[in-house]
Design a protein around this ligand. Structure first.
Ligand SMILES: Cc1cc2nc3c(=O)[nH]c(=O)nc-3n(C[C@H](O)[C@H](O)[C@H](O)COP(=O)(O)OP(=O)(O)OC[C@H]3O[C@@H](n4cnc5c(N)ncnc54)[C@H](O)[C@@H]3O)c2cc1C
Length: 268
């Protein structure tokens, strides 16, 4: 099969060295990320690399899609510098506080607007929410077959794709009719680095910003209000623990531990 149209979902996540700055909004119980630098979700770089390798083999185009605040334009420019042909930033205050169902609905609306897409690639999970729910939901909204844990992809001649999936102790291979949604794991490939030429070329590639008004979204599933998942309470667990250093020979320490466990009421 040649000339595939591939869409890759790219989630901007807080930069790991900035996690300490991520707060919680006491009213909406959602994460406060404003002003915190973001990076491309690591597994989404694997998804993008997989798309670029398919394009190199079969031809076609690669579009990167993010539902995120305006600052995510920088992350999409990085995806263009890695080699994506075009990028779409789905950005609207109406999307704020979206749970996975609301997020996947907006992503599906963007894929529908892009017109016939042959393959949608995502990471298996994000580094922040980490629910691993979005890609399967995306498949449901689009009515496409969807597979997770992909560690190998091969486009076949007859409009099918072979997907190798990683299990604890084995690999299971599937033959899936396109269009389909596939989420990838880290072992599928080694994402390429962005080159200086890539960064320069990215400046000339199209990056469009779409709001809810530009998308065939389902108003019932929009943002915090439209999200069926309501966070009950979010709090920082008290991680302070009492610590006591025991000294002496191994036998003495073992004896002391036994005594303390018995003092704590354990029948030993
Ligand atoms: C700590 C925490 C816990 C949460 N718990 C829940 C919960 O239990 N239920 C719930 O519904 N929501 C939950 N959320 C909200 C959820 O994170 C958001 O809805 C988020 O946009 C999508 O979920 P995820 O990050 O878990 O995605 P995952 O399903 O883990 O992401 C899988 C892939 O989907 C794609 N993707 C995900 N989000 C985007 C995006 N915004 N733009 C482009 N591609 C994307 C990426 O390719 C990503 O690799 C939680 C958020 C946080 C921070």
């Amino acid at each position: 099969m040649s000339g595939l149209k591939i869409a890759v979902c790219i989630k901007p996540v807080p930069s790991p060295d900035q996690y300490h700055r991520v707060g919680i909004d006491p009213r909406t119980k959602t994460l406060v990320r404003e002003g915190i630098p973001t990076v491309i979700n690591p597994l989404d770089k694997n998804a993008l690399e997989a798309a670029l390798q398919i394009r190199e083999k079969c031809g076609g185009t690669v579009a990167a899609i993010s539902m995120a605040p305006p600052a995510a334009e920088e992350n999409l420019r990085e995806a263009l510098a890695m080699g994506a042909d075009e990028a779409y930033l789905l950005s609207d205050r109406a999307f704020a506080g979206s749970d996975t169902l609301a997020t996947s609905m907006v992503l599906a609306a963007a894929v529908k607007k892009l017109g016939p897409v042959d393959l949608v690639l995502t990471g298996n999970e994000s580094a922040d929410g980490g629910t691993a729910q979005v890609s399967a939901q995306l498949g449901e909204w689009l009515g496409y077959p969807h597979l997770m844990h992909a560690c190998g992809l091969e486009v076949m001649e007859d409009g099918f794709i072979r997907v190798d999936t990683a299990r604890e102790d084995c690999r299971v291979a599937y033959r899936v009719k396109l269009p389909a949604v596939v989420s990838v794991v880290r072992t599928i490939n080694k994402p390429r680095f962005t080159s200086l030429m890539g960064v320069i070329a990215a400046g000339k590639k199209p990056l469009s910003v779409w709001t809810s008004g530009d998308l065939p979204v389902d108003e019932n599933f929009l943002g915090l209000e439209g999200s069926p998942t309501k966070a009950g309470d979010i709090y920082q667990p008290d991680l302070s623990r009492r610590c006591e250093l025991l000294e002496g020979s191994a036998g003495e320490i073992a004896g002391a531990v036994l005594q303390k466990l018995r003092a704590a009421g354990l029948q030993l």
